[in-house]
Write a protein that binds this ligand. Structure first.
Ligand code: UT7
Length: 333
């Protein structure tokens, strides 16, 4: 008798990006930059920005989760757990996951936030899949959402072109077949925090007049140091996953990479020997939405995905955090 393992599978994807489009040309009026520099060095043409008083990450996440529930014909009552991966929570506490659950009307679940920088969705997928595979939680939602514009310094040309706002959500359930999450390789190196962090607003340096004057509530990034680590680690961990499972480029249908810089994506694909057609890339239109990059890719490519397709998801982000997940897609759209 062949025993087929029960695995956590993604059974639906929802997403949301705000309407406002911040183009490179508009950005060039705010800081000393150009469309040409941004396209050559990063590969971003435009990004979405959530405008409006009193709107935060939970509003992005709520829209993504509502769409997910509609698409999967699920009722909020059926959800057992909601995890929100974010680096821009609505407030320090309570968790944005709780706020999203409340706005969506999810009442029979528990929920919490997860912060793993730009690897938040990947680490969240690892976490959510284990709750599902335990058998105790049947329907688990993972939402990756960030209003990056709330921590971007729009007077800093090194940071302002990179980030955008958005949210994406997936539903995870247990299935008794070959599909679903196959494996995960996850890493952190806390020493990398010196290159990418937000200086003030936490317990070490609470908000003060000085911290605001020094513009310390924005993203601080040493771009080149982050770039070097991102290129080597994202590629290494993706190749390691391929080797571990004896996968060649021909076996893999899609690479779903974090969308931080086109040059990082290209370097990862090159190391994996994957042609451009097999790489999900939407950085041109959304920029780096941190926790939303992977689900926004899955959402946009959903119609092209087929049951059994082999996907490698790969990320690198603040922490440092990085990793890859190998999964087999579970449904035809
Ligand atoms: O998702 C989380 C992880 N984050 C990442 O993966 C980001 C990784 N890092 C990067 O993507 C790149 O390092 C950046 C896009 C942030 C910067 O690109 P770079 O090619 O590393 O540029 P650089 O910082 O070395 O700067 C080169 C030059 C500098 O001028 P000088 O000193 O050579 O005269 C910068 O001042 O480019 C200048 N520069 C700009 N020029 C025009 C920096 N930003 C801009 C800009 N427009 N927006």
């Amino acid at each position: 008798m062949i025993m087929i393992k029960k695995r956590a599978v993604i059974t639906g994807v929802g997403a949301y990006v705000p309407d406002y489009i911040l183009t490179n040309d508009e950005l060039a009026k705010m800081v000393d930059t150009s469309d040409e520099w941004i396209m050559t060095r990063i590969g971003i043409k435009e990004r979405r920005i959530l405008k409006g008083e009193g709107l935060g990450t939970s509003d992005l996440g709520t829209k993504a989760v509502q769409q997910l529930l509609e698409k999967t014909n699920s009722s909020p009552d059926e959800i057992d757990l909601l995890i929100c991966s974010t680096v821009t929570p609505d407030m320090q506490f309570p968790a944005t996951a709780n706020i999203i659950s409340d706005k969506v009307g999810i009442k029979n679940a528990f929920s919490f936030d997860l912060n793993a920088g730009c690897s938040g969705f990947l680490f969240g997928l690892a976490t959510a899949s284990k709750y599902v595979e335990s058998g105790q939680y049947k329907k688990v939602i993972l939402v990756g959402a960030d209003k990056m514009s709330s921590i971007v310094d729009y007077t800093d040309r090194g940071i302002s072109p990179i980030f955008g706002d958005g949210a994406g959500a997936v539903l995870l359930e247990l299935q008794e077949n070959e599909n679903g999450i196959q494996d995960m390789i996850l890493h952190v190196d806390g020493a990398g925090r010196k290159h990418l962090h937000q200086k003030a607003g936490g317990s070490v340096k609470p908000a003060s007049h000085e911290s605001i004057t020094a513009r310390e509530h924005f993203i601080f990034q040493e771009g080149q140091a982050v770039f070097k680590s991102a290129v080597s680690n994202m590629a290494d961990v993706s190749v390691e996953m391929m080797e571990k499972h004896g996968l060649t480029a021909d076996d893999i249908q899609w690479l779903v990479p974090h969308q931080a810089n086109m040059r990082i994506i290209n370097a990862t694909a090159r190391r994996m020997n994957l042609p451009r057609e097999k790489v999900m890339i939407n950085i041109q239109r959304y920029g780096n939405t941190t926790d939303a990059t992977l689900p926004l890719c899955l959402w946009e490519w959903e119609k092209q995905l087929k049951k059994g397709d082999k996907l490698i998801l790969a990320t690198f982000g603040a922490g440092f955090t990085w990793g890859s997940i190998y999964l087999k897609w579970a449904y035809d759209s």
